[in-house]
Ligand binder design. Structure first.
Ligand SMILES: [Zn+2]
Length: 462
Protein backbone atom coordinates (compact mmCIF):
# COMPACT_ATOMS: atom_id res chain seq x y z
CA UNK A 1 0.00 0.00 0.00
CA UNK A 2 1.41 3.35 -0.94
CA UNK A 3 0.28 6.75 0.18
CA UNK A 4 3.03 8.70 -1.38
CA UNK A 5 1.35 9.08 -4.71
CA UNK A 6 -1.81 10.66 -3.47
CA UNK A 7 -2.82 13.82 -5.20
CA UNK A 8 -3.46 16.66 -2.85
CA UNK A 9 -5.49 18.58 -5.34
CA UNK A 10 -8.06 15.96 -6.16
CA UNK A 11 -10.55 17.23 -3.67
CA UNK A 12 -12.58 20.25 -4.60
CA UNK A 13 -15.87 21.97 -3.91
CA UNK A 14 -16.89 23.34 -0.57
CA UNK A 15 -19.83 24.87 1.12
CA UNK A 16 -20.32 28.59 1.09
CA UNK A 17 -20.66 30.55 4.30
CA UNK A 18 -24.44 30.56 4.11
CA UNK A 19 -24.46 26.79 4.07
CA UNK A 20 -25.61 26.77 0.48
CA UNK A 21 -23.74 24.80 -2.02
CA UNK A 22 -20.99 26.59 -3.85
CA UNK A 23 -18.11 24.98 -5.62
CA UNK A 24 -14.66 26.35 -5.04
CA UNK A 25 -11.13 25.20 -5.36
CA UNK A 26 -9.19 24.34 -2.28
CA UNK A 27 -5.99 22.61 -1.39
CA UNK A 28 -6.00 19.56 0.75
CA UNK A 29 -3.76 19.98 3.73
CA UNK A 30 -1.02 17.36 3.52
CA UNK A 31 -0.83 17.21 7.30
CA UNK A 32 -4.07 15.37 7.28
CA UNK A 33 -2.67 12.85 4.93
CA UNK A 34 0.26 11.85 7.02
CA UNK A 35 -2.01 11.43 9.98
CA UNK A 36 -4.24 9.24 7.90
CA UNK A 37 -1.26 7.19 6.91
CA UNK A 38 -0.02 6.82 10.44
CA UNK A 39 -3.42 5.88 11.63
CA UNK A 40 -3.79 3.47 8.76
CA UNK A 41 -0.75 1.62 9.97
CA UNK A 42 -2.27 1.31 13.40
CA UNK A 43 -5.52 0.18 11.90
CA UNK A 44 -3.76 -2.61 10.12
CA UNK A 45 -1.99 -3.68 13.23
CA UNK A 46 -4.83 -3.37 15.65
CA UNK A 47 -8.05 -3.50 13.71
CA UNK A 48 -9.31 -0.63 15.83
CA UNK A 49 -10.20 -2.89 18.67
CA UNK A 50 -11.31 -1.26 21.88
CA UNK A 51 -9.25 -1.65 25.00
CA UNK A 52 -9.62 -4.97 26.73
CA UNK A 53 -10.97 -6.39 23.55
CA UNK A 54 -8.90 -9.39 22.60
CA UNK A 55 -7.62 -9.37 19.06
CA UNK A 56 -9.30 -12.21 17.24
CA UNK A 57 -10.06 -13.53 13.81
CA UNK A 58 -13.10 -11.33 13.91
CA UNK A 59 -10.96 -8.30 14.46
CA UNK A 60 -8.76 -9.22 11.57
CA UNK A 61 -11.74 -9.71 9.31
CA UNK A 62 -13.22 -6.38 10.20
CA UNK A 63 -10.08 -4.48 9.29
CA UNK A 64 -11.27 -1.84 6.88
CA UNK A 65 -10.16 -1.56 3.32
CA UNK A 66 -7.67 1.26 3.55
CA UNK A 67 -7.38 1.65 -0.14
CA UNK A 68 -10.65 3.49 0.00
CA UNK A 69 -9.32 6.68 1.55
CA UNK A 70 -11.26 9.28 -0.34
CA UNK A 71 -8.30 11.49 -1.07
CA UNK A 72 -7.34 8.88 -3.54
CA UNK A 73 -6.76 9.13 -7.19
CA UNK A 74 -10.01 7.65 -8.24
CA UNK A 75 -11.36 9.99 -10.81
CA UNK A 76 -14.94 10.15 -11.93
CA UNK A 77 -16.21 9.33 -15.34
CA UNK A 78 -16.40 12.48 -17.42
CA UNK A 79 -19.81 14.10 -17.35
CA UNK A 80 -22.41 12.96 -19.83
CA UNK A 81 -22.19 16.12 -21.85
CA UNK A 82 -18.53 15.53 -22.45
CA UNK A 83 -19.16 11.91 -23.32
CA UNK A 84 -21.79 12.93 -25.86
CA UNK A 85 -19.62 15.60 -27.32
CA UNK A 86 -16.76 13.21 -27.74
CA UNK A 87 -19.01 10.55 -29.15
CA UNK A 88 -20.21 12.95 -31.85
CA UNK A 89 -16.73 13.88 -32.93
CA UNK A 90 -15.36 10.40 -32.99
CA UNK A 91 -18.07 8.56 -34.86
CA UNK A 92 -15.68 7.42 -37.55
CA UNK A 93 -13.37 5.75 -35.09
CA UNK A 94 -15.96 4.72 -32.61
CA UNK A 95 -14.70 1.16 -32.53
CA UNK A 96 -11.30 2.25 -31.31
CA UNK A 97 -11.30 2.27 -27.54
CA UNK A 98 -9.82 5.03 -25.47
CA UNK A 99 -6.55 3.98 -23.93
CA UNK A 100 -6.16 5.04 -20.36
CA UNK A 101 -2.83 5.77 -18.71
CA UNK A 102 -2.40 6.40 -15.01
CA UNK A 103 0.63 8.61 -14.56
CA UNK A 104 3.43 7.08 -12.55
CA UNK A 105 6.30 8.70 -10.75
CA UNK A 106 8.91 9.83 -13.27
CA UNK A 107 6.53 9.84 -16.23
CA UNK A 108 6.52 12.74 -18.64
CA UNK A 109 4.20 13.41 -21.52
CA UNK A 110 7.04 12.42 -23.85
CA UNK A 111 7.69 9.12 -22.07
CA UNK A 112 3.99 8.23 -22.04
CA UNK A 113 3.57 9.09 -25.70
CA UNK A 114 6.71 7.15 -26.61
CA UNK A 115 5.38 4.07 -24.81
CA UNK A 116 2.13 4.39 -26.70
CA UNK A 117 3.93 4.66 -30.02
CA UNK A 118 2.95 8.26 -30.65
CA UNK A 119 5.46 10.21 -32.72
CA UNK A 120 7.84 12.70 -31.08
CA UNK A 121 6.55 15.29 -33.54
CA UNK A 122 3.08 14.98 -32.05
CA UNK A 123 4.46 15.24 -28.54
CA UNK A 124 6.23 18.42 -29.52
CA UNK A 125 3.15 19.80 -31.25
CA UNK A 126 0.99 19.29 -28.19
CA UNK A 127 3.50 20.46 -25.63
CA UNK A 128 3.91 23.70 -27.58
CA UNK A 129 0.28 24.13 -28.56
CA UNK A 130 -0.86 26.84 -26.15
CA UNK A 131 -1.05 27.97 -22.55
CA UNK A 132 -3.50 25.23 -21.64
CA UNK A 133 -1.29 22.41 -22.79
CA UNK A 134 1.66 23.81 -20.87
CA UNK A 135 0.20 22.16 -17.79
CA UNK A 136 1.14 18.83 -19.34
CA UNK A 137 4.68 19.58 -18.24
CA UNK A 138 3.53 19.26 -14.66
CA UNK A 139 1.63 16.00 -14.76
CA UNK A 140 1.61 14.22 -11.44
CA UNK A 141 1.59 10.59 -10.38
CA UNK A 142 -1.92 9.24 -10.12
CA UNK A 143 -3.47 11.61 -12.61
CA UNK A 144 -4.99 10.17 -15.73
CA UNK A 145 -4.43 10.61 -19.41
CA UNK A 146 -6.79 9.08 -21.93
CA UNK A 147 -5.78 8.66 -25.53
CA UNK A 148 -7.72 7.94 -28.66
CA UNK A 149 -5.43 6.67 -31.40
CA UNK A 150 -6.07 5.50 -34.92
CA UNK A 151 -4.58 2.37 -36.43
CA UNK A 152 -1.34 4.14 -37.34
CA UNK A 153 -0.98 5.28 -33.74
CA UNK A 154 -1.81 8.84 -34.72
CA UNK A 155 -3.30 10.76 -31.86
CA UNK A 156 -6.90 11.73 -32.56
CA UNK A 157 -7.98 12.96 -29.17
CA UNK A 158 -6.58 13.17 -25.73
CA UNK A 159 -8.00 13.86 -22.31
CA UNK A 160 -5.88 14.92 -19.38
CA UNK A 161 -7.73 14.77 -16.08
CA UNK A 162 -5.72 16.69 -13.49
CA UNK A 163 -8.44 16.47 -10.89
CA UNK A 164 -12.04 15.68 -10.32
CA UNK A 165 -13.31 19.03 -11.54
CA UNK A 166 -11.29 19.53 -14.70
CA UNK A 167 -10.50 17.83 -17.95
CA UNK A 168 -8.19 19.16 -20.62
CA UNK A 169 -9.49 17.96 -23.96
CA UNK A 170 -7.19 18.02 -26.98
CA UNK A 171 -8.54 17.21 -30.41
CA UNK A 172 -6.94 16.87 -33.80
CA UNK A 173 -8.25 19.47 -36.21
CA UNK A 174 -8.97 19.07 -39.91
CA UNK A 175 -5.71 20.72 -40.87
CA UNK A 176 -3.88 18.06 -38.80
CA UNK A 177 -3.04 20.49 -36.06
CA UNK A 178 -4.60 20.32 -32.59
CA UNK A 179 -7.02 22.38 -30.56
CA UNK A 180 -7.57 22.29 -26.85
CA UNK A 181 -10.05 23.35 -24.27
CA UNK A 182 -10.70 22.89 -20.60
CA UNK A 183 -13.93 21.42 -19.39
CA UNK A 184 -14.84 22.23 -15.81
CA UNK A 185 -17.09 20.04 -13.76
CA UNK A 186 -18.87 21.37 -10.77
CA UNK A 187 -19.65 19.12 -7.88
CA UNK A 188 -22.53 19.91 -5.58
CA UNK A 189 -21.78 19.40 -1.92
CA UNK A 190 -24.53 18.42 0.50
CA UNK A 191 -23.86 18.10 4.21
CA UNK A 192 -25.08 14.97 5.94
CA UNK A 193 -25.06 14.20 9.62
CA UNK A 194 -24.38 10.77 11.11
CA UNK A 195 -23.59 9.57 14.58
CA UNK A 196 -22.49 6.39 16.24
CA UNK A 197 -21.76 4.72 19.52
CA UNK A 198 -18.93 2.26 20.06
CA UNK A 199 -19.61 -1.22 21.34
CA UNK A 200 -16.68 -3.17 19.96
CA UNK A 201 -14.74 -1.06 17.52
CA UNK A 202 -14.90 2.28 15.83
CA UNK A 203 -15.28 0.75 12.41
CA UNK A 204 -18.08 -1.52 13.51
CA UNK A 205 -19.89 1.46 15.03
CA UNK A 206 -19.34 3.41 11.83
CA UNK A 207 -20.67 0.59 9.70
CA UNK A 208 -23.76 0.35 11.91
CA UNK A 209 -24.29 4.08 11.48
CA UNK A 210 -23.81 3.82 7.73
CA UNK A 211 -20.71 6.00 7.81
CA UNK A 212 -18.20 5.20 5.09
CA UNK A 213 -14.70 4.07 6.04
CA UNK A 214 -13.07 7.01 4.30
CA UNK A 215 -15.02 9.45 6.43
CA UNK A 216 -14.06 7.56 9.56
CA UNK A 217 -10.41 7.70 8.52
CA UNK A 218 -10.75 11.46 8.26
CA UNK A 219 -12.36 11.57 11.68
CA UNK A 220 -9.44 9.63 13.11
CA UNK A 221 -7.01 12.00 11.43
CA UNK A 222 -8.75 15.07 12.83
CA UNK A 223 -8.83 13.81 16.42
CA UNK A 224 -5.65 11.76 16.16
CA UNK A 225 -3.61 14.44 17.91
CA UNK A 226 -5.79 14.20 21.02
CA UNK A 227 -6.99 10.61 21.00
CA UNK A 228 -4.87 7.53 20.44
CA UNK A 229 -7.34 5.50 18.42
CA UNK A 230 -5.35 2.32 18.84
CA UNK A 231 -5.34 2.41 22.64
CA UNK A 232 -7.80 4.93 24.05
CA UNK A 233 -11.12 3.85 22.55
CA UNK A 234 -13.66 2.68 25.13
CA UNK A 235 -17.01 0.98 24.92
CA UNK A 236 -19.62 3.73 25.11
CA UNK A 237 -17.53 6.31 23.28
CA UNK A 238 -19.67 8.17 20.80
CA UNK A 239 -19.22 10.44 17.85
CA UNK A 240 -21.11 12.63 15.43
CA UNK A 241 -19.96 13.78 12.03
CA UNK A 242 -21.20 16.41 9.60
CA UNK A 243 -19.62 15.65 6.26
CA UNK A 244 -20.16 16.45 2.63
CA UNK A 245 -21.45 14.19 -0.03
CA UNK A 246 -20.40 15.36 -3.46
CA UNK A 247 -22.75 15.03 -6.38
CA UNK A 248 -22.51 15.58 -10.09
CA UNK A 249 -25.84 15.74 -11.87
CA UNK A 250 -27.58 14.11 -8.93
CA UNK A 251 -25.19 11.19 -8.98
CA UNK A 252 -23.07 10.82 -5.88
CA UNK A 253 -19.44 10.95 -6.91
CA UNK A 254 -17.87 10.46 -3.50
CA UNK A 255 -17.74 11.75 0.03
CA UNK A 256 -16.29 15.15 0.64
CA UNK A 257 -14.62 16.45 3.70
CA UNK A 258 -15.77 16.49 7.28
CA UNK A 259 -17.21 19.90 8.13
CA UNK A 260 -17.63 19.36 11.84
CA UNK A 261 -17.18 16.43 14.17
CA UNK A 262 -17.44 15.46 17.75
CA UNK A 263 -15.91 12.58 19.63
CA UNK A 264 -16.58 11.68 23.23
CA UNK A 265 -13.79 9.49 24.48
CA UNK A 266 -13.92 8.10 27.99
CA UNK A 267 -16.28 10.90 29.02
CA UNK A 268 -14.31 13.73 27.49
CA UNK A 269 -15.74 15.47 24.45
CA UNK A 270 -13.66 16.89 21.62
CA UNK A 271 -15.13 19.02 18.85
CA UNK A 272 -13.65 20.16 15.59
CA UNK A 273 -14.87 22.30 12.76
CA UNK A 274 -13.45 22.97 9.32
CA UNK A 275 -12.73 26.58 8.53
CA UNK A 276 -11.28 28.51 5.61
CA UNK A 277 -10.08 31.97 6.52
CA UNK A 278 -10.36 34.97 4.17
CA UNK A 279 -6.84 34.32 2.87
CA UNK A 280 -7.87 30.84 1.74
CA UNK A 281 -6.05 28.86 4.45
CA UNK A 282 -8.08 25.90 5.67
CA UNK A 283 -7.76 23.71 8.71
CA UNK A 284 -9.65 22.08 11.55
CA UNK A 285 -10.19 24.05 14.74
CA UNK A 286 -11.90 23.57 18.05
CA UNK A 287 -15.04 25.71 18.47
CA UNK A 288 -12.96 28.28 20.35
CA UNK A 289 -10.59 28.61 17.43
CA UNK A 290 -7.63 26.51 18.55
CA UNK A 291 -5.95 24.31 15.98
CA UNK A 292 -6.74 20.60 16.21
CA UNK A 293 -3.19 19.73 15.33
CA UNK A 294 0.26 20.39 16.71
CA UNK A 295 2.73 22.50 14.81
CA UNK A 296 4.96 19.42 14.38
CA UNK A 297 4.49 15.80 13.56
CA UNK A 298 5.99 13.54 16.19
CA UNK A 299 7.62 11.42 13.48
CA UNK A 300 8.57 12.52 9.97
CA UNK A 301 8.60 8.95 8.59
CA UNK A 302 5.74 6.50 8.41
CA UNK A 303 6.31 2.77 8.42
CA UNK A 304 9.52 3.02 10.36
CA UNK A 305 10.96 1.97 13.67
CA UNK A 306 13.18 3.94 15.98
CA UNK A 307 16.66 2.47 15.71
CA UNK A 308 18.52 4.99 17.84
CA UNK A 309 17.29 7.46 20.40
CA UNK A 310 18.41 10.85 21.58
CA UNK A 311 21.32 10.39 23.99
CA UNK A 312 24.17 12.40 25.31
CA UNK A 313 26.54 9.45 24.66
CA UNK A 314 26.50 6.38 22.45
CA UNK A 315 28.90 4.09 20.65
CA UNK A 316 29.28 5.05 17.02
CA UNK A 317 30.00 1.88 14.99
CA UNK A 318 31.58 3.65 12.04
CA UNK A 319 33.68 6.11 13.97
CA UNK A 320 34.46 3.48 16.64
CA UNK A 321 34.08 5.94 19.43
CA UNK A 322 31.59 7.29 21.92
CA UNK A 323 29.70 10.34 20.90
CA UNK A 324 26.37 11.96 21.61
CA UNK A 325 23.38 11.41 19.37
CA UNK A 326 21.43 14.62 19.14
CA UNK A 327 18.51 13.25 17.24
CA UNK A 328 16.39 10.19 16.62
CA UNK A 329 17.06 7.58 13.95
CA UNK A 330 14.17 6.03 12.11
CA UNK A 331 15.08 2.85 10.28
CA UNK A 332 13.01 2.46 7.14
CA UNK A 333 13.40 1.07 3.67
CA UNK A 334 15.47 3.09 1.26
CA UNK A 335 13.12 5.40 -0.61
CA UNK A 336 10.54 5.72 2.17
CA UNK A 337 9.14 9.25 2.02
CA UNK A 338 10.36 11.75 4.59
CA UNK A 339 7.88 14.48 5.45
CA UNK A 340 8.35 18.00 6.74
CA UNK A 341 7.25 17.76 10.34
CA UNK A 342 5.90 21.30 10.30
CA UNK A 343 5.17 24.25 8.03
CA UNK A 344 8.33 26.17 7.32
CA UNK A 345 11.04 27.18 4.93
CA UNK A 346 13.95 25.05 3.73
CA UNK A 347 17.15 26.79 4.80
CA UNK A 348 19.57 24.07 3.73
CA UNK A 349 19.38 21.24 1.23
CA UNK A 350 22.72 19.71 0.36
CA UNK A 351 25.50 17.40 1.46
CA UNK A 352 27.08 18.02 4.83
CA UNK A 353 29.74 15.70 6.28
CA UNK A 354 28.42 12.74 8.24
CA UNK A 355 24.85 13.85 7.66
CA UNK A 356 25.14 13.04 3.98
CA UNK A 357 22.29 14.58 2.05
CA UNK A 358 20.65 16.87 4.56
CA UNK A 359 17.60 19.11 4.67
CA UNK A 360 17.14 21.74 7.36
CA UNK A 361 13.82 23.53 7.77
CA UNK A 362 13.17 26.66 9.79
CA UNK A 363 9.74 26.91 11.37
CA UNK A 364 9.07 30.48 12.45
CA UNK A 365 11.67 32.10 14.67
CA UNK A 366 12.34 29.40 17.27
CA UNK A 367 12.30 25.99 15.70
CA UNK A 368 14.41 24.15 13.18
CA UNK A 369 14.24 20.51 12.12
CA UNK A 370 16.92 18.54 10.26
CA UNK A 371 16.66 15.41 8.14
CA UNK A 372 19.89 13.53 7.39
CA UNK A 373 21.21 10.54 5.38
CA UNK A 374 18.65 11.14 2.62
CA UNK A 375 18.74 9.03 -0.48
CA UNK A 376 17.51 12.00 -2.50
CA UNK A 377 15.49 15.18 -2.21
CA UNK A 378 11.89 15.46 -3.33
CA UNK A 379 11.40 17.32 -6.57
CA UNK A 380 11.39 21.07 -6.10
CA UNK A 381 12.67 20.98 -2.53
CA UNK A 382 15.65 23.27 -2.20
CA UNK A 383 16.92 26.08 -0.06
CA UNK A 384 14.45 28.95 0.17
CA UNK A 385 11.37 26.84 -0.64
CA UNK A 386 8.34 26.88 1.63
CA UNK A 387 7.04 23.52 2.77
CA UNK A 388 3.85 22.39 4.46
CA UNK A 389 3.50 20.00 7.35
CA UNK A 390 3.35 16.47 5.96
CA UNK A 391 4.77 17.43 2.59
CA UNK A 392 7.29 14.94 1.20
CA UNK A 393 10.71 16.61 1.21
CA UNK A 394 12.99 13.66 0.54
CA UNK A 395 13.50 9.91 0.77
CA UNK A 396 15.22 7.71 3.31
CA UNK A 397 18.72 6.64 2.37
CA UNK A 398 22.14 6.02 3.87
CA UNK A 399 24.22 8.92 2.56
CA UNK A 400 26.98 10.22 4.82
CA UNK A 401 27.99 8.19 7.84
CA UNK A 402 25.24 5.61 8.07
CA UNK A 403 25.34 1.87 8.64
CA UNK A 404 22.08 1.33 6.79
CA UNK A 405 19.10 3.22 5.41
CA UNK A 406 17.57 5.43 8.06
CA UNK A 407 16.50 8.97 8.71
CA UNK A 408 18.45 10.97 11.23
CA UNK A 409 16.00 13.55 12.58
CA UNK A 410 16.89 16.53 14.77
CA UNK A 411 14.66 19.02 16.50
CA UNK A 412 16.14 22.28 17.69
CA UNK A 413 14.55 24.96 19.83
CA UNK A 414 16.37 28.29 19.75
CA UNK A 415 19.35 26.45 18.32
CA UNK A 416 19.51 23.83 21.07
CA UNK A 417 19.02 20.15 20.24
CA UNK A 418 15.97 18.69 21.93
CA UNK A 419 14.67 15.15 21.99
CA UNK A 420 12.01 15.02 19.26
CA UNK A 421 10.24 12.19 21.07
CA UNK A 422 9.71 14.04 24.31
CA UNK A 423 9.89 17.76 23.55
CA UNK A 424 6.62 19.54 24.19
CA UNK A 425 5.29 20.32 20.75
CA UNK A 426 3.69 23.71 20.25
CA UNK A 427 0.11 23.95 18.99
CA UNK A 428 -0.40 24.84 15.38
CA UNK A 429 -1.62 28.37 14.78
CA UNK A 430 -5.11 29.17 16.08
CA UNK A 431 -7.63 31.18 14.10
CA UNK A 432 -6.17 34.66 13.64
CA UNK A 433 -7.74 37.10 16.07
CA UNK A 434 -8.77 39.34 13.18
CA UNK A 435 -10.97 36.54 11.84
CA UNK A 436 -12.77 35.65 15.05
CA UNK A 437 -16.17 36.85 13.92
CA UNK A 438 -15.64 35.43 10.44
CA UNK A 439 -14.79 32.11 12.05
CA UNK A 440 -17.94 32.13 14.19
CA UNK A 441 -20.21 33.12 11.31
CA UNK A 442 -18.82 30.43 9.07
CA UNK A 443 -18.75 27.53 11.45
CA UNK A 444 -21.78 27.88 13.70
CA UNK A 445 -24.17 26.20 11.31
CA UNK A 446 -22.16 22.97 11.43
CA UNK A 447 -21.42 23.16 15.12
CA UNK A 448 -25.11 23.56 15.78
CA UNK A 449 -25.73 20.37 13.82
CA UNK A 450 -23.46 18.66 16.31
CA UNK A 451 -25.27 20.15 19.26
CA UNK A 452 -28.45 18.65 17.90
CA UNK A 453 -26.80 15.32 18.49
CA UNK A 454 -26.32 16.10 22.17
CA UNK A 455 -30.00 16.77 22.51
CA UNK A 456 -30.91 13.61 20.65
CA UNK A 457 -28.71 11.50 22.85
CA UNK A 458 -29.96 13.22 25.99
CA UNK A 459 -33.54 12.61 24.93
CA UNK A 460 -32.85 8.98 24.20
CA UNK A 461 -31.28 8.36 27.55
CA UNK A 462 -34.21 9.78 29.52
ZN1 LIG B 1 21.19 9.61 13.93
Amino acid sequence: MSFQDLDFKSDRARLSRSGNVAPAARTFHPGLLIKLSLVATLVMLLGFSVSNWQPSAKAANSTPKLARLHYSLELPEPAETLQQEIAQTVDEIESTPWESVTIKSGDTLASIFAKKGISPATTHQIARLNEQTKQLRYIKPGQEIQLLLDEERNLRQMKYIPDITRTLLIQRTEDQSFSSRIINFQLDAYPVYREGRIENSLFEAAANADIPDDVIMDLVAIFGWDIDFSLDIRKGDRFGIVYEELYKDDVKIRNGRILAAEFTNDGKTYRAVYYTDPTGESDYFSPDGKSMRKAFLRSPVEFSRISSRFTSKRWHPLLSKWRSHKGVDYAAKRGTPVRASGDGKVIFAGSKGGYGRLIVIRHGGRYTTAYGHLHRYARGVRSGKKVKQGQIIGYVGSSGLATGPHLHYEFRVNGTHRNPLTVKLPEARPVHSAYESHFKENTQVYLSMLRLMDRTLADNSQ
